[in-house]
Write a protein that binds this ligand. Structure first.
Ligand SMILES: [Mn+2]
Length: 386
């Protein structure tokens, strides 16, 4: 299986804009961030084994190998429940040859960040719940008539170090990680970011904006909430501000919205780069508008799972009745797959697992697998069924 990096080709890559304030070094943005990479390499057993792997990342980005971390080191990372750390836990539980980042066309990056959640808590457990549930997902996809995992390959990166002092520092760190993934080959065709709370999406958008030609990047947001507040509870990087921050770097198309504040509703008509489809407006005309919006563009797809109806997705921090259903979401993904030039990043955020209830975790895992298949496999299968 050869690696095909067609998502963001070398001609699409531009050096970071020097004037972009988000391009500041991480240490400058947050003096408490230090380089942990060398420390990590020294501590790995055997030392240096993962040099190739870690070379993908800028030295100042600390990605913690939770999947191989020794017991005595776990206490350094209190945000991740230790009992969820399982050895060799990768997305879909694939054999090594299909989970190798040097050949896999899809990379999965867990970001178990939770700091600004306002209602139900637990998004920090989302990535691990998705990884666990993914091992139960059937690899054969009858819509494509094959096992997409075999032709795609899914490499699961170690979860990002989420020990930061401020939400802004987390966003800067993630922006730098995303930028590096696509700036420095080998790059995946699709990077799947597992949240964590929705505030991380601002970092994904900023990172992407640095490697995609100006004007070429658009964002499709599936969400119950407009997330257009300029700031919330004292921070412009609260999860209630996610779309507002994304809209600062690219146009945003919102789907499934059914919770919006007065401030946001007044802001919407003044923002020329934001299209909001309320839940009750979503239908064939919305799908057509979506097709036009993404046509020929580089698409960043951000899926806040609360965009789905709580009947099928109750495991979110802020559930809202009257959401999208499974097949509607698949249709949205297929529409993007058919019309967009490329979809380098998808994030799936806000899963807050409910102990003992496996269906939402499984939904999220299957959604990612089927979305990756639809986004990357040939698009003209006449037998494809939703
Ligand atoms: Mn939401």
């Amino acid at each position: 299986m050869g690696h095909q990096s067609v998502c963001v080709g070398p001609d699409k890559r531009v050096p970071p804009k020097k004037t972009d304030p988000t391009s500041r070094s991480l240490q400058e943005a947050d003096p408490t961030i230090t380089s942990h990479r060398e420390t990590y390499l020294q501590k790995t057993d055997p030392p240096g084994e993962n040099d190739t792997f870690w070379a993908f990342f800028q030295p100042e980005i600390s990605l913690r190998p939770v999947l191989t971390v020794r017991k005595d080191q776990r206490r350094r990372y209190p945000m991740i429940p230790h009992e969820l750390c399982q050895p060799n836990l990768n997305f879909l539980g694939l054999p090594e040859e299909l989970a190798d980042p040097t050949t896999a066309r899809v990379w999965v990056l867990p970001v178990p960040y939770e700091a600004t959640t306002t209602y139900g808590a637990g998004t920090r457990n989302g990535p691990m719940a998705i990884l666990s549930a993914s091992r139960q997902v059937e690899l054969y996809d009858h819509r494509h008539g094959c096992e997409p995992a075999e032709s795609l390959g899914f490499a699961t990166l170690p979860p990002m170090d989420i020990t930061v002092s401020t939400p802004e520092a987390m966003i800067n760190r993630l922006a730098a990680a995303v930028e590096t993934v696509f700036f420095q080959p080998p790059s995946p065709e699709l990077l799947v970011v597992l949240g964590g709370e929705h505030s991380i999406s601002a970092g994904v958008a900023r990172g992407l904006a640095r490697v995609v030609d100006a004007g070429g990047l658009v964002c499709v947001q599936v969400d119950a909430h407009a997330d257009l507040r300029d700031e919330f509870e004292g921070s412009p990087f609260n999860h209630a501000c996610a779309a507002r921050r994304i809209a600062e770097v690219c146009p945003v198309f919102q789907i499934g919205i059914r919770n919006i504040s007065k401030e946001e509703a007044e802001f919407c008509p003044t923002a020329s780069n934001i299209q909001t489809f309320f839940r009750e407006q979503w239908g064939p005309s919305g799908v057509n508008a979506l097709r036009d919006f993404v046509s020929g563009k580089t698409v960043y797809l951000t899926i806040d799972l609360d965009g789905l109806d709580p009947s099928i997705m109750p495991a979110v921090g802020t559930p809202e009745p009257g959401g999208l259903l499974w097949h509607e979401l698949l249709e949205i993904i297929r529409t993007i797959a058919e019309a967009a030039a490329r979809i380098p990043v998808m994030d799936v955020v806000e899963l807050a697992p409910i102990p003992g209830m496996i269906a939402p975790d499984f939904l999220a895992a299957k959604l990612i697998y089927w979305a990756a298949a639809d986004l990357l496999l040939p698009r003209c299968d006449p037998d494809r069924r939703g």
